[in-house]
Design a protein around this ligand. Structure first.
Ligand code: IVH
Length: 712
């Protein structure tokens, strides 16, 4: 603190004046004089002083502590110690491989493992200066999180002031609270609190929340912290972040005890084990008993206990090598299959789905689940009235596994039959030979029409906020729109004339539709929803030809020659573009001012190419996860402008896999299996500059173990 010789009272006065001044520059004049970090430091110092001297608090303090005048809500907070994520082990074998890597990394030292539950909530870092709560931040991307101080202050489990710890064996170091302590852990909502919250929501006629984790996240994102206070959030501490002048710990369990002593709740199910087999048995036990708790867990976290051994093992760019998350397999539940219905998608695919007696599985209540296709229903032979097993595929999409073992059928029960006609338009459905999916081929099918427009407007496409399936159904139903191009002609007055649409939502919707006109060409192409033409083919076509008009002038061969396109996509897209109705559709998009690509981009790209050394000529570099300083398109462009390609998947021919924040597990696994070099984010620039895999020469001298750990 820079208070020098001034009294706390004087310093509080100075700080209030400064914070109020910068507040006005920022919020009222929109002309800040200092950056967010400096502002946060002032606000933090003021909060800490007020917490230390409650007698100095005045009702209108700009700290917001009493008056609630300002808040730093959701402004970025840089983590002084990064908040890394954890690598996952999905089964006993993966757990053993991790333990083997640890053992080899420790070169003969025997680790002790500590198991904790993996709480299903939100990671939080809570900072104390001189024992006073000054800031709480979410994990964000691990380096920069969001300021949620006011909201976390309302959580009863989180102390506003730290308690002095006891001194084991008379150690003086343990007696005082260090000047800086960051306690990290999970904000979560107890299942009982979640049930109470939902009961209140239902009573008030509101939509119930999906699961405790989402409600906890939503509660933390309230701009008004008094709302958060009503939500009964809880906290488990499990780790320390930055600590200045703190005690030296010799084990993680000691660290947790200390964190408990300074005032934090530590979960009671922390257990030490000497062997990975014992750990695996413990994980399995929790897998079976997870529902006995009043909070949700989605696995067990295993950590090496000894801090010195942790230092030896260190971190990869993503996660510590000294810890792993054992993730529980997707959960299964039994419920009654009430009905089987068929939905028709934008391409006409008719997908059977199960209507279920709602059941809580894998973290949310499931009332519908996919049955994939006609054959799957036949193979599984599930029938309305059956008791069935439901699970979340990849923990996201609910699916029906099959009849439950205890299912009893009446004698007269018959197998379910796929409908003959499309439920959307009544025209006969067709199962093309050799294909798995039954389809509606009627181009005028309203069900297809609605789904096509919904696909066009979806977040991953043209991202038109506020335009969901229900609204589209309404618009198509009253004949205001027939296809996506009609959206751009909609007026506020037309929308207001609809049932239950007010002026504000009508204006917002028209604004977001108009705002979507500037989306990049590749987004527009994929939003057209042409069969086979997905995100990577759209990107490849846009990157190569720059305008839709140019693509329309190309032959199938020219399109197929583009890396990531190929013959099937080229043929389908070419045929689609040749159809008169689609040409007219494109004309209408263009007339409405939708971006169909920049005709000057080709010339600019050629110029740029001439100016940049072609270090990656003919080479393929795959990028996964977020790279600092580049969004997806920029990373692809950086590679393309050096003559390289950035395909969507790893193959034997890939020069390197570059991994950023939250990389895709399948790409990593494939790169490891194919021995494709893995480059951490900070090596990307060097790769662009030289066209060589950074550290490749070095790596060949590295021990086998080091490279294995690096990629594990
Ligand atoms: S330790 C460097 N311990 O899991 C180690 N994380 O998948 C950092 N989590 O972001 C994390 N329970 O939000 C740790 N007992 C526990 C945990 C835990 C839940 C979450 C945490 C983290 C995520 C990684």
């Amino acid at each position: 603190m820079s208070s020098g010789a001034t009294s706390p009272q004087q310093r509080v006065g100075e700080l209030r004046a400064q914070v109020a001044h910068h507040n006005e520059r920022y919020h009222t004049l929109d002309d800040p004089e200092i950056d967010d970090a400096d502002y946060d430091a002032l606000a933090r110092e003021l909060r800490a002083l007020e917490a230390e001297h409650p007698d100095l608090i005045v009702p209108d303090s700009p700290s917001g502590r009493v008056g609630g005048l300002i808040s730093t809500a959701f402004s970025p907070v840089e983590h002084r110690v990064p908040m890394t994520s954890l690598d996952n082990a999905m089964d006993r074998d993966e757990l053993r491989s991790w333990a083997d890597r640890v053992a080899r990394g420790l070169d003969g030292q025997i680790p002790t493992f500590v198991c904790e539950l993996k709480f299903d909530g939100l990671a939080m870092s809570i900072r104390y200066e001189n024992g006073q709560f000054v800031q709480a931040a979410t994990r964000g991307d691990g380096r920069v999180g969001e300021d949620v101080t006011d909201n976390v202050m309302t959580i009863a489990d989180v102390p506003h002031e730290l308690t002095a710890p006891h001194a084991p064996g008379g150690s003086t170091l343990f007696e005082a609270v260090p000047p800086v302590v960051e306690v990290r852990g999970e904000v979560y909502m107890r299942t009982s609190a979640f049930d109470r919250l939902n009961a209140r929501a239902v009573e008030a006629g509101q939509k119930p929340f999906v699961n405790p984790r989402n409600s906890a996240a939503g509660s933390l994102r309230q701009k008004d912290a008094t709302k958060t206070a009503e939500r009964e959030l809880s906290f488990w501490a499990y780790q320390l972040g930055e600590v200045i002048d703190g005690p030296e710990f010799t084990s993680h369990v000691d660290t947790l005890n200390w964190v408990g002593q300074i005032g934090f709740p530590i979960n009671e199910h922390v257990k030490r084990f000497d062997t990975i087999d014992e750990v695996a048995t413990h994980c399995k036990q929790w897998q079976d008993e997870r529902h006995a708790l009043d909070y949700e867990i989605d696995g067990v976290v295993i950590k090496v206990d000894d801090p010195k051994q942790r230092d030896i093992l260190g971190f990869t760019a993503r996660a510590p090598r000294w810890a792993i998350a054992y993730k529980f397999p997707p959960e299964e539940r039994t419920t009654t299959l009430l009905d089987i219905q068929v939905s028709v998608g934008r391409t006409g695919r008719a997908t059977p789905f199960a209507v279920l007696d709602p059941v809580f599985v894998g973290g949310s209540t499931v009332g519908m689940a996919t049955l994939h296709n006609r054959e799957q229903v036949a193979v599984k032979d599930v029938r309305p009235g059956d008791l069935v097993i439901v699970r979340k595929a990849g923990d996201v999409i609910p699916e029906v596994v099959g009849p439950a073992a205890q299912n009893v059928r009446r004698k007269e029960s018959v197998a379910w039959e796929f409908p003959v006609d499309c439920p959307g338009c009544g025209v006969a459905l067709i199962l093309p030979e050799g294909e798995a999916d039954t389809r509606c081929f009627n181009p005028d099918c309203p069900a297809k029409r609605i789904q096509k427009i919904a696909y066009f407007a979806a977040r991953v496409g043209m991202d038109i906020e506020g335009l969901g399936a229900q609204m589209i159904e309404k618009l198509v139903g009253v004949g205001l729109i027939n296809d996506a191009a009609d959206l751009y002609l909609l007026t506020v007055d037309q929308l207001i004339s609809l049932d239950r649409v007010g002026e504000t939502s009508a204006t917002n919707l028209v604004d977001s539709i108009q705002g979507s006109k500037d989306r990049p060409l590749h987004k527009f192409i994929r939003s057209l929803g042409v069969r086979h033409v997905g995100p990577s083919a759209s990107q490849a076509l846009a990157d190569t030809f720059f305008t839709l008009r140019d693509i329309m002038s190309r032959s199938v061969e020219e399109m197929a020659a583009v890396d990531g396109v190929g013959e099937v996509i080229a043929t389908t897209f070419s045929e689609w573009l040749a159809a008169q109705a689609n040409r007219e559709l494109i004309d209408r998009f263009e007339a409405a001012g939708v971006n169909l690509g920049d005709p000057d981009a080709a010339a600019r790209a050629a110029e740029a190419k001439a100016a940049i050394p072609q270090t990656l000529e003919g080479k393929a570099v795959v990028v996964t996860g977020t790279l600092a300083g580049y969004n997806r398109e920029e990373a692809a462009l950086a590679i393309a402008s050096r003559g390289g390609k950035s395909p969507g998947s790893v193959s034997k021919k890939t020069l390197a896999l570059v991994i950023g924040e939250s990389p895709g597990a399948s790409k990593l696994t494939k790169a490891e299996a194919l021995n494709v070099p893995i480059v951490e984010a900070d090596g990307f620039e060097a790769l662009l500059e030289t066209g060589e895999v950074p550290g490749a020469a070095l790596e060949s001298h590295d021990s086998e173990l080091e490279s294995e750990l690096e990629s594990g």
